[in-house]
Design a protein. Structure first.
Length: 571
């Protein structure tokens, strides 16, 4: 078990009167010590003080001044002095002397006292209690935070190297112990100031005392309080510095400049696997009834390793050609969100060619990730709801567009059908008229042909009658010959009588064919078109001006065009 009750409760006034020249003085912290003499070293950077104690031993203490003391500086000795303690006799010799003829392990009476380890540790703790027992504020960065089974908390507070790569050795480090009783009170203080908790990488200003851990054999700082306002200020200052740096580089809005997808159904999800954030996010998507495809990239969302892991997860899902990346986590304290204020995460979001939406789960504070992301929502559920809303809006817009297209197509088809029916009816009426006129002409020509045939027959009959009168005076052979000729004439007349109706029928068919060729629908079917402007047929391009709206009638429909240039009149 670690040593607990090792902080001296003696006077809180350090022996600052020992530093520098002066007459014999007493120390309230060490009442059994008397200042005998002080001497300056050659470089004036250290002072040697000799003191005598009541236990017949001498203690020489060399005090090194680490930096110039400032007037009215609180606890200046504890913050500026480093002690090097040596035990030696107040004699001219600096080494212990051995008696002649004795073993090297046997000390003479002139040798300094030999201390046990416990006595040495007690001496060290006594010096520390006198110099640092009053308590002090220490600021630095938390590293290697751990909680023992006993409930005590241990970590290192470091002074990190400036302008160095990650993983560099700190400039200074001190082990810190925070006992369970104090931890409860400090946790409550942090919760009351933005819901913070102690985390690795957190900049803190803590109050406590320095003491030597006897069982562990090392110097340790025992923490008993914390300044939450310092941590909040450090967090905000670091956040503002990073935002300003990204703004100066001109990359703060890189992700926001990307075009957000119309229907973001392929989603890359960066969060902790099997977490409440993943459950809430996926449930909201599933309840929408849409066909989502979610690619999960597991990562830690808090702790010292979280920034690198989150950045790697973002890069990985971006390479999977997703529509959008959602970076989410459940609720947490302000310090739980430190990973999302890290430059590594911010740079990953800025350089990703995919829009990123965040749902960090904090109702009040905005992280750096929120500032550089394309869009931000308060919670994982709200993040998923935003994506659902975007996808449904696209579907509604598409449905509306299809409905409008269908309505317009239906109206145009109905209008075209009506126009086609009107043209068909007009053509049919004209065809009926042409056929009726042709039939009338055919009947008239048939009657005329009958009349001609009848007249011709009567004429020939008269001729025959005349011939009969003449033939009566001729010989029988002449009558036979004339009878044969009459027969031929009768055949000729009959043939001619039959040819005249056939010729009339052929002419009627020719007229009907020409009528069909003149049908506009037949002309359009052969590849011709009719161009109209304001309902009138266009016969000359000079009749149209640039920008005129024209209608072109084809065999299967109509086209509406706009005149952009006249090609000139063909001669």
């Amino acid at each position: 078990m670690r040593w607990r009750n090792c902080i001296s409760t003696r006077s809180t006034t350090p022996p600052t009167s020992w530093v520098g020249l002066g007459a014999e003085r007493r120390s309230s912290a060490w009442p059994d010590a008397v200042l005998l003499n002080t001497t300056n070293s050659e470089n004036n950077s250290a002072k040697t003080i000799e003191i005598a104690t009541t236990v017949a031993t001498a203690l020489r203490v060399r005090v090194f001044i680490a930096k110039t003391l400032r007037p009215n500086q609180p606890h200046k000795t504890a913050q500026t002095l480093r002690w090097q303690i040596m035990h030696e006799q107040l004699s001219n010799s600096s080494e212990p002397q051995l008696s002649r003829g004795t073993s090297a392990l046997t000390q003479t009476t002139n040798e300094p006292s030999t201390y046990t380890v416990a006595e040495l540790v007690a001496r060290i703790r006594k010096v520390l209690a006198a110099e640092f027992g009053h308590g002090m504020w220490v600021k630095g960065e938390i590293r290697n935070l751990s909680i023992a089974r006993s409930g005590h908390t241990y970590f290192d507070i470091i002074e990190p190297q400036e302008q160095t790569q990650s993983g560099a050795q700190p400039e200074a480090k001190m082990a810190v112990a925070l006992f369970r009783a104090s931890r409860s009170r400090i946790d409550e203080t942090l919760r009351n100031h933005g819901g913070m908790t102690l985390e690795d990488g957190m900049r803190v200003r803590i109050w406590g005392q320095v003491d030597f851990w006897q069982q562990g054999g090392r110097l340790q700082f025992y923490m008993s309080n914390i300044d939450p306002n310092f941590t909040l200020g450090e967090l905000e200052a670091g956040r503002l510095r990073l935002l300003q740096m990204l703004s100066d580089e001109g990359v703060l809005s890189n992700n926001q400049a990307l075009a957000f997808p119309i229907a973001p159904l392929r989603v890359g999800l960066v969060t902790s696997a099997s977490s409440a954030a993943q459950h809430d996010f996926c449930k909201e998507l599933n309840d929408s009834g849409l066909a989502w495809e979610v690619l999960l990239a597991h990562t830690l969302v808090q702790g010292s390793e979280a920034p690198e892991l989150i950045a790697s997860a973002i890069t990985a899902v971006a390479q999977a050609e997703v529509d959008v990346i959602a970076v989410v986590r459940g609720g947490g304290s302000r310090t739980d969100l430190l990973a999302f204020d890290h430059e590594t995460v911010a740079r990953a979001i800025i350089t990703t060619p995919v829009p990123i939406i965040t749902g960090i789960g904090h109702e009040i504070d905005r992280t750096i990730a929120d500032e550089v992301a394309h869009k931000t929502q308060k919670t994982p559920t709200a993040c998923a709801a935003f994506l659902v809303s975007a996808a449904k809006a696209h579907l509604e817009s598409a449905d509306s567009a299809w409905k409008e297209i269908a309505d317009k197509a239906s109206r145009r088809l109905r209008l075209a059908s009506e126009q086609l029916l009107a043209v068909s009816q007009t053509t049919a009426r004209r065809s009926d008229t042409h056929l009726r006129l042709a039939n009338q002409r055919l009947v008239q020509q048939g009657v005329h042909i009958g009349q001609l045939a009848e007249g011709r027959t009567r004429s020939e009959t008269r001729t025959i009658d005349s011939c009969v009168q003449i033939v009566r005076h001729q010989a029988t052979t002449t009558i036979v010959k004339n009878q044969h000729r009459l027969t031929q004439i009768q055949h000729t007349v009959s043939a001619q009588a039959l040819c005249i109706p056939a010729a009339a029928t052929k002419e009627l068919e020719h007229i009907e064919g020409r009528t069909r060729l003149l049908d506009p629908q037949a002309i359009l079917a052969r590849g011709w078109s009719i161009t109209r402007h304001h309902g009138k047929a266009v016969r000359n391009p000079n009749e149209l001006n640039t920008g005129a709206e024209i209608e072109t009638i084809l065999a299967t429909g109509k086209l509406h065009s706009t005149v952009h240039q006249q090609a000139g009149q063909t001669r």
